[in-house]
Design a protein around this ligand. Structure first.
Ligand code: CTP
Length: 402
């Protein structure tokens, strides 16, 4: 959900090599429709120039509490009163320590201290060496900052500028953007656990060949992301797809329909909502050769026989919990024609309260889609939009029906 459109953010930079990521973050925030006022500490200016941040934000950068441009000479008050949130990225170990003690000897810390605590949330994206991050002093500070109501984002893991490897890197700009989008999203599914199946399945013929389909998993992953942003605990069970896991979503990778069925059976007891977006192969070869099937030169083709895979959605929807209303099931139908008629019939056949229809061949792999929602009352259309926007709308539709 693009919850950042129209928001006004103060983006604070404290000193650290991760300032280069703040430049990208600033650009992404502006692209998402937010206005961004950059405030930099003196240390940050050693890593990134104010000119760069000014060009990216389209606003003069503030660096000093003595900035005479403000008529009342109170930049720390004026800037914080206008903001929907203050985001400090990177937040150095020193800056976190400063925040903790309520120190205010530069504009950024002064502004954080002076912000109206009820109406202007403070989010910080820590960035530091792994030893600094692991140090009990930093961990103590982080715990206390959380207790004080500061939203401390996760740290990344990997190679560090110092040559060491471990926890403490600042998240990537795209990850912080996703966390900010989630932060502002209405928590329509708070306290719910959502289980999603996504992508195609792969039914092996032999060790190198198999049968699959063109599902990209994009719609399912967009739904997992939307559910997470709406406050749910989300698990996605994914067939073979090449997509990044949405932030905060638990992912279980599977290959065949039978694997997906087993994974769903193992997870579904914890869920209150089950959304089956996967394009599950209806059939699998009845035997799987241990070795690659070779041509023998005779021109004869292998004879494949098929058996039906379990219908994951139908099995879950007919379970006792689903029938009693403790588990809300949503099915998808990818059709090539007569969408309403097929979707309506499929909803009844699979016994799901909500069936989401779409025209399969024109949507596989694309970033946008159009959906037809079919429930007991009839059909509603969600007109063509990005899969992410549709996923957000679908979460609202599900929340309304719970
Ligand atoms: N589905 C499932 N397990 C299967 C087949 C389908 O969970 N073995 C789910 C899909 O994830 C989707 C819904 O059922 O939510 C509809 O799947 P679809 O393949 O379109 O329907 P089918 O029942 O296979 O009907 P048909 O192929 O005749 O259109």
């Amino acid at each position: 959900m693009n919850t950042l459109a129209g928001k006004h953010l103060v983006l604070g930079l404290s000193g650290g090599i991760a300032c280069y990521k703040a430049a990208e973050l600033c650009r992404a925030l502006v692209k998402a429709g937010a206005s961004v006022q950059v405030v930099m500490t003196e240390a940050a200016e050693h890593f990134m120039t104010a000119v760069t941040m000014q060009a990216l934000s389209g606003r003069t950068v503030y660096t000093s509490q003595w900035d005479a441009r403000e008529a009342n000479n109170m930049a720390h008050i004026n800037l914080s009163r206008e903001a929907d949130a203050i985001v400090v990225a990177p937040a150095s170990a020193d800056f976190l320590a400063k925040l903790l003690h309520g120190r205010a000897d530069d504009l950024l810390s002064l502004m954080c201290l002076a912000r109206p605590i009820e109406s202007v949330p403070l989010l910080v994206a820590p960035a530091m060496n792994r030893e600094m991050w692991a140090n009990p002093a930093t961990q103590r500070n982080v715990a206390q900052l959380k207790a004080d109501g500061v939203h401390v984002l996760d740290v990344g893991q990997g190679d560090q500028a110092c040559g060491e490897t471990g926890d403490g890197r600042m998240l990537e700009a795209a990850e912080i953007l996703e966390d900010l989008q989630a932060f502002f999203a209405p928590k329509l599914l708070a306290g719910k656990a959502v289980l999603v199946t996504a992508g195609p399945t792969y039914e092996a013929i032999d060790p190198v060949r198999g049968i699959t389909n063109l599902s990209s998993g994009k719609m399912g992953f967009a739904i997992a992301r939307a559910a997470r942003q709406a406050g749910a605990e989300v698990t996605v069970i994914a067939g073979p797809v090449s997509l990044a896991t949405p932030r905060g979503v638990r992912r279980i990778d599977v290959r065949s329909a039978q694997d997906m069925f087993n994974a769903v059976q193992a997870q579904v007891a914890q869920a209150q909502i089950f959304i089956a977006t996967a394009a599950v192969a209806d059939w699998r070869p009845d035997t799987q050769a241990d070795q690659k099937i070779k041509k023998d030169g005779s021109g004869q083709t292998p004879q494949l026989a098929f058996i039906e895979n379990p219908d994951i959605l139908a099995r879950v929807a007919q379970s006792e919990r689903a029938q009693k209303g403790a588990l809300f099931c949503v099915g998808f139908a990818a059709e090539s024609h007569d969408l309403l008629a097929h979707a309506t019939a499929k909803r009844l056949r699979k016994q799901v309260p909500l069936l989401v229809g779409n025209i399969g061949p024109s949507t596989f792999g694309q970033d946008d889609n159009a959906l037809l929602l079919v429930d007991a009352k009839g059909a509603t259309e969600l007109p063509r939009a990005s899969k992410q926007d549709l996923a957000d709308d679908l979460m609202a539709e599900i929340a309304r029906r719970l």
